[in-house]
Design a protein around this ligand. Structure first.
Ligand SMILES: Cc1cc2nc3c(=O)[nH]c(=O)nc-3n(C[C@H](O)[C@H](O)[C@H](O)COP(=O)(O)OP(=O)(O)OC[C@H]3O[C@@H](n4cnc5c(N)ncnc54)[C@H](O)[C@@H]3O)c2cc1C
Length: 487
């Protein structure tokens, strides 16, 4: 007779601490099989690249070090969930599946819908827990902040399993994927062990200069938490982070710094909630009125932006840094989007996947909402057209970030390094940087593109459909007083 078991399906919750679904699953009578699968939604979706797959591998490696004590591991596969269940069903009688709700792209949403049907048909109960305070089935944001706060304050249950709680597979499936030991790289390494180190060093000391350095491209790398990939892939829950941060208030940490940080944890949930309630913003402007914005693809401009060769040092340094390390602070991300959608006047749809590919912390809900917001296409937010030169002067005032990522500009002193096109022939000789050869001439003139974009965006803001849509968005996605939303 086949053994009756339950299954825990790891998704973007690659952790054991405050993993509600997992804690619940081990309390059941049936033994638990732990699985993860690199399915089509991960391997073939255009948003994901090797850096994401490696981060998941590292997280699974870390999980397996933990589960080794219990004589088990997370079995990892390279196949679709239904085929995997078909294979498992030939060995076991599966009673229940536990996982967290995923607010994902269309590819994972469709997968989950099919899996739900499969479970119903096969008499398998699929129990999904709320993830990071994002609620399913909401029609409006009434009481959302209250509910999110209550969720954050809930006591975290200790995960205390026993060896006999788990079952493992004796025979290796041909689809099982080997989880390899992480190699040293320029990206943050996945796994809760690393996540906890980032959290503790942040709350101990790095947070002291959080608010003052948050917009600086170089110093933000130290003084921001750098927890985003760990939150995006679920190596830590935002509730665990929130509670650890609030505890620090009792240890004399500044309220200003802690509250600035914890409010961003709420923004995380806010943006994902928005995507949960309106996921077709993956394919169209959240404010449908902006679909008629007249923008033509310019492949040369797109290539220059993607390669960090626009001739605007802060834009190029940010792109090169992102490609190399997978991370950028908020302001530089916003500036890259603004440059692309405003100064280059390119449609947001032509740039959104490229940044997703490169953000190690790619989180569909935040990414799509923020990209459209920075493109100025929501109709409800302030239009911000970033001036990359002004931003460089203000946030990289010694040019250290620029010089780090564009070594050819190393010898140019400030303020000329912010505007290298102003170098005279003699300067170019002296500083060993020939403009148009060692470093590109600006591909556009931002004083002209600023005026053009501003006029177009202000005009369309008064369009009847844009206004109608703005009202709809405000009603659906914000509180009546709009507190705490959409920064
Ligand atoms: C165009 C664009 C795309 C973005 N795409 C992503 C993405 O795919 N994944 C992602 O995690 N963040 C994204 N962000 C938000 C933000 O830039 C990053 O969360 C932040 O820079 C991560 O650094 P940190 O962990 O050191 O942040 P901290 O300042 O230490 O903040 C702590 C956490 O709060 C959340 N958070 C911080 N700022 C924001 C914000 N503005 N909106 C929503 N949540 C926030 C993140 O989970 C972050 O890890 C995007 C921003 C822009 C402008």
């Amino acid at each position: 007779m086949k053994q009756t078991i339950n299954i825990f399906w790891f998704k973007r919750d690659l952790r054991t601490i405050d993993n509600t679904a997992l804690t619940k699953a081990v309390k059941e009578n049936n033994k638990l099989l732990l699985i993860f699968t690199f399915d089509n939604a991960l391997l073939n979706d255009k948003h994901y690249t090797t850096r994401h797959h490696n981060f998941i591998n590292e997280s699974l490696y870390d999980l397996n070090l933990f589960f080794k004590k219990f004589g088990c591991k997370v079995h990892s596969f390279e196949m679709n969930i239904i085929s995997l269940f078909e294979e498992l069903k030939s060995k076991f009688n599966i009673e229940k599946v536990f996982s967290h709700m995923e607010t994902g792209l269309k590819s994972s949403y469709d997968r989950d819908l099919k899996f739900k049907k499969y479970c119903n048909k096969n008499n398998i109960e699929w129990i999904e827990e709320i993830n990071n305070g994002v609620f399913r089935g909401l029609q409006s944001r009434k009481n959302w902040i209250l509910n999110w706060n209550n969720y954050m304050k809930k006591k975290i249950r200790v995960f205390n399993p026993k060896v006999e709680d788990f079952v493992t597979l004796n025979k290796k499936s041909q689809f099982e994927r080997k989880i390899i030991k992480p190699k040293k790289s320029k990206f943050q390494c996945g796994g809760s062990t690393y996540a906890l180190q980032y959290l503790e060093t942040f709350l101990e000391t790095r947070i002291d200069k959080y608010q003052s350095n948050i917009s600086k491209p170089e110093l933000s790398r130290i003084n921001c938490s750098r927890l985003s990939p760990y939150i995006a892939w679920g190596n830590l829950s935002t509730r665990y982070i929130w509670q650890r941060a609030k505890e620090k208030l009792n240890h004399g940490k500044s309220k200003f710094q802690i509250n600035g940080f914890t409010s961003r944890l709420r923004w995380e949930a806010h943006f994902i909630q928005k995507f949960e309630m309106e996921s077709d913003m993956e394919f169209r402007s959240v404010n449908r009125g902006y679909e008629k914005l007249d923008k033509n693809i310019n492949k040369t401009h797109i290539r220059a932006w993607e390669n960090g060769e626009t001739g605007y040092p802060l834009v190029d340094a940010s792109m090169k840094c992102l490609i190399e390390t997978g991370y950028l602070n908020f302001r530089m991300r916003a500036m890259l989007v603004s440059f692309f959608t405003h100064h280059l006047w390119q449609p947001w749809k032509a740039g959104v996947v490229f940044l997703a590919n490169n953000f190690l912390d790619f989180e569909p809900g935040i990414h799509y909402s923020q990209f459209q917001m920075q493109a100025g296409e929501t109709g409800i937010n302030m239009i911000r057209i970033y001036n990359p030169t002004k931003n460089a002067k203000e946030h990289d005032n010694e040019g250290l970030f620029i010089k780090k990522w564009i070594p050819k500009l190393k010898k140019i002193p400030v303020p000329l390094v912010f505007e290298p096109w102003k170098l005279s022939e003699i300067d170019q000789e002296m500083f060993d940087c020939k403009i148009g050869f060692d470093y590109p001439k600006p591909i556009i003139d931002i004083s002209k593109t600023y005026k053009f974009a501003a006029s177009k965006l202000w005009t369309i803001k008064n369009d009847i459909e844009v206004k109608k849509e703005s009202k709809r968005i405000l009603k659906k996605h914000t509180n009546s007083d709009r507190t705490a939303f959409d920064r």
